[in-house]
Design a protein around this ligand. Structure first.
Ligand SMILES: [Zn+2]
Ligand SMILES: [Zn+2]
Length: 273
């Protein structure tokens, strides 16, 4: 089953949650913002489907060099899920610390709104930025590419549900799992909240590696990116940081300086207009 099929099958559930939130808590929504999110989701899904189709022969070639033969079982799927969630943490952390990856990931953060449709706000540039590279260790270990991309899809599907302001705190669940509260912090630019809570499904990785921050009632989340983009144009949202990255890389003198621009901590495109 491909990522697209899994997410497509879940889309009626997504729609029910969005409708409920929109009717009950309409003030969390801006129609133009949600329409942009939907357009970005379709662009992202299209690019992802094409990339997966093109890269599958490479994934199976790599699978030929696997270290172990891992048979499909409830246990191996469970291990795959945990391992992929661990790799997701590093992918997500890298996406905030490396300009090249941030150019794609910024799309997801560039809204000042936070509701279930924010989960749809994704970049079609992920396959080019190389998100898939982060799952390659699993294929080399011996997980079948289909299993790997199925758990990737399940992880992303879970994350739909953490994009909301309607759920406050969830008791013991907060200790182990990524929750709306933890993920609101991730989308916030307040001091102490920025670049925190990179979790996909399990929040334990943030607690283990020192990137955890608790949502405090006295510090309401301010959503978006430093400088704020202020655009609902899907093309501007997708490409503005890439254009800025290309320009600053070209302007940097010498290969070392260019590589530094590409792979060090991102600077803000919107602050440089
Ligand atoms: Zn992020
Ligand atoms: Zn998010």
């Amino acid at each position: 089953m491909s990522i697209e099929t899994i997410l497509l099958m879940l889309s009626p559930i997504f729609m029910i949650f969005i409708s409920y939130e929109f009717i009950k808590h309409g003030h969390y929504y801006d129609i133009k913002d949600s329409l942009a999110n939907t357009a970005l989701a379709l662009m992202h899904q299209g690019a992802d489907a094409i990339a997966l189709l093109l890269l599958m022969p490479f994934f199976y070639w790599l699978y030929g060099y696997r270290l172990f033969d891992i048979e499909l079982s409830a246990l191996s799927v469970f291990v795959a899920f945990i391992l992929q969630d661990f790799l997701y943490y590093w992918f997500h952390k890298a996406s905030h610390h490396i300009h090249w990856l941030w150019a794609a990931h910024i799309v997801h953060h560039s809204s000042t709104k936070m509701n279930f449709t924010t989960a749809f706000r994704q970049s079609l540039m992920y396959p080019i930025a190389g998100m898939w590279l982060f799952w390659m260790p699993m294929i080399l270990l011996g997980f079948d590419p289909i299993t790997v991309f199925t758990v990737v899809a399940l992880n992303l599907a879970y994350q739909f549900f953490v994009h909301t302001q309607t759920v406050k705190k969830l008791g013991w669940f907060e200790k182990v799992f990524n929750t709306p509260s933890h993920h609101r912090v991730h989308h916030a630019i307040n001091k102490g909240y920025l670049d925190k809570n990179f979790a996909g499904v399990l929040i334990i990785w943030d607690k283990l590696f020192g990137t955890y921050a608790e949502e405090e009632a006295s510090k309401p989340c301010k959503y978006g990116i430093i400088g704020q983009l202020n655009s609902n144009n899907p093309l501007t949202i997708t490409f503005h940081q890439w254009a800025y990255l290309a320009k600053t890389t070209l302007n940097a003198k010498g290969l070392k300086a260019k590589l530094k621009v590409l792979f060090s901590y991102p600077t803000s495109a919107v602050n440089h207009k």
